[in-house]
Design a protein around this ligand. Structure first.
Ligand code: C2O
Ligand code: CU
Length: 578
């Protein structure tokens, strides 16, 4: 299904670690201008913009995101669809604690999958930080352009349903790239170009349909995964889904890139503008409904087939099959949305074992107006019953389950349990999610034999040592004391260094990994041996100097290993800025 194990093994066997991409990412309150006629609105933003900054990397690189939380509440970053390790998955309370206000945390995503992905918070309290504007696109290019379809120019299209009751602003309604129809930045193309659209639905509760007047769309990827090209007039896109489509720009003019809701294709709710160079006609009216939006052929899951043959074909004998029955009921505090009759957090996790092929049979008793975009963390799933059959099943990370009795109202998926941990499986409709529609998949066993069960092990394949800094409020105030923990193979030894600064760019030190601390500018904090439990506690105490106005604590562990590849430098760390 993917090469996660293979590439882990390659990394272990190789003296050089993958090249890294370093990105700074800040979440902070800000303001947005949604378009003419609307006052500047409050929002929470990544990098100060709506949508947030685009992060770009190439498959094979390690993505290292230096995240800083300037929000008034704890937050996390979840890289939706990327098979990160559990500790980097950004589900508050499940992966690791949230990053407190003022604090920093460094996310590291190895084994990046190529395609169009995205990132957003996964705060445990109400799951609505995303709805305040915290979302951004992650583009991962394949290692060679020959693995992508040909295109000349690209454009990210992010859809949202802005809600004044979440933001405290005045506008409620759909947005395309953070703007209303009247605020759009024109997309300019030249005749003969191939325009690649990378479309994301980042909305809280709205599923959309997208069409480009005067042009069919050739869909090439779903949720980042390449499919056999499929030409349609319009694309339905559920919350959390992505579609990449290529437009052959062979029809000069000024065209509406029109968006409707899935429920009512007869009304354009927001639109972008595609203008060919040299065309001087007026912008299309925001209300205009292109015929291909209202009545053109609509992409369906049944048509999808993967571009590449499956490494794990669909089987009639999966190791485990679970029903996933989506429901709702009245609870004490209002409507509760359930999976197999259970509402978060009172759920029974579905056990799996490493290597299993797991089948989920999704079904709903709810009607056509109540759709559920079901998203599995840490893995992708293969759709069954499509044009791809058993050998070319399309791969997705978010699957929109339609209403009962409708096509798509029942759907089965299979996925390979190749990423140990404890993973969330949930509906991406934020209201459903906040009101119960989440459950868990638990890996049984202790894959790396470090004494930590896979379900609580942040690095269950034990490629790297993990250094963890407590994230709670008081841990790093002047006079603070506590324990760092170093998690790795029992019996391995380690040295923990501390410095006030890290290198601007990592130094590659084969065969140890990448040095992040200034050579000579760091001091030894502790040394020891990882005990049988797999976690060593490293005590620290900070000076109780009231004049201390701030510091940035940078930690790195050098760990010895009997594993192939020799010693490692841990690169996971968190630190606090006062
Ligand atoms: Cu888009 Cu649980 O995530
Ligand atoms: Cu739902």
């Amino acid at each position: 299904m993917r090469q996660i194990l293979l590439s882990s093994v390659l990394l272990l066997g190789s003296p050089l670690l993958a090249q890294t991409v370093d990105v700074n990412l800040t979440a902070a309150p800000g303001t947005v201008n949604l378009g003419p006629g609307y006052p500047a609105e409050p929002a929470w933003l990544y990098g100060g913009t709506l949508p947030g900054q685009v992060i770009r990397a190439t498959q094979g690189q390690t993505l290292r995101v230096h995240f800083r939380n300037l929000l008034p509440e704890p937050t996390t970053v979840h890289f939706h669809g990327q098979p990160s390790t559990l500790g980097m998955d950004g589900m508050e309370g499940l992966s690791r604690p949230a990053t407190a206000p003022g604090e920093e945390f460094r996310y590291e995503i190895r084994n990046l999958q190529s395609g169009t992905y995205w990132f957003h918070p996964h705060d445990a309290n109400h799951h609505m930080q995303l709805d305040m504007g915290l979302y951004g696109v992650l583009i991962v290019d394949p290692p060679s352009p020959s693995l992508d379809p040909a295109y000349d120019v690209e454009q990210v299209i992010v859809l949202d349903d802005w809600n004044a009751s979440s933001t405290g602003g005045t506008y409620t309604g759909p947005l395309l790239n953070g703007k209303t129809s009247l605020g759009q930045q024109t997309i300019t193309v030249s005749p003969g170009q191939k325009l690649r659209l990378r479309i994301l639905n980042a909305a809280a509760t709205t599923h959309f349909v997208v069409a480009l007047d005067g042009h069919p769309l050739t869909v090439t990827h779903t949720d980042g995964n390449r499919i056999q090209p499929l030409t349609v007039q319009s694309i339905p896109i559920g919350i959390g889904e992505r579609y990449d489509a290529i437009v052959d720009c062979t029809n000069p003019g000024v065209w509406s890139l029109a968006v409707s809701t899935l429920q009512n294709r007869a009304a354009t709710v927001v639109r972008g503008i595609v203008r060919y160079t040299g065309q001087t006609g007026p912008d299309p009216s925001p209300a205009y409904v292109p015929p291909n939006l209202s009545t053109g052929s609509l992409l369906s899951y049944a048509q999808l087939a993967s571009y590449w043959p499956a490494t794990t074909p669909i089987t009639t004998t999966p190791n485990r099959t679970y029903p996933v029955q989506l429901g709702m009921q009245m609870g004490g505090g209002g409507i509760v949305y359930t999976i197999n009759g259970q509402a978060w957090p009172n759920v029974t996790a579905m056990p799996v074992a490493f290597g299993d092929v797991v089948q989920f049979d999704l079904a709903t008793a709810m009607g056509a107006g109540m759709l559920h975009p079901m998203h599995l963390h840490g893995h992708s799933v293969q759709l069954m019953g499509t044009a791809g059959g058993t050998l070319y099943p399309p791969i997705k990370d978010t699957v929109l389950v339609r209403g009962a009795g409708q096509p798509g109202g029942t759907i089965s998926v299979q996925w390979r349990a190749d990423n140990p941990g404890r993973w969330l499986y949930h509906c991406h409709d934020l209201v459903h999610m906040a009101n119960g529609m989440m459950t868990l998949v638990d890996y049984q066993g202790d894959r790396d034999g470090d004494g930590l069960a896979d379900v609580v092990d942040m690095e269950p394949l034990r490629d790297w040592p993990v250094l963890t800094v407590p994230d709670h409020e008081m841990a790093f105030h002047p006079g603070g004391a506590g324990n760092l923990s170093l998690q790795w193979q029992p019996g391995q030894w380690f040295l923990v260094y501390v410095a006030l600064q890290e290198l601007a760019a990592p130094l590659v030190l084969p065969p140890y990994g990448e040095q992040m601390l200034p050579p000579g500018g760091c001091s030894l904090l502790a040394s020891g041996t990882v005990p049988a439990a797999g976690v060593a506690a490293v005590p620290y105490a900070l000076p109780a100097d009231p004049a201390l106005s701030g510091f940035r604590l940078v930690l790195q562990a050098l760990a010895g290993s009997t594993l192939p590849g020799g010693m490692r430098l841990s690169t996971d760390q968190a630190f606090r800025v006062l």
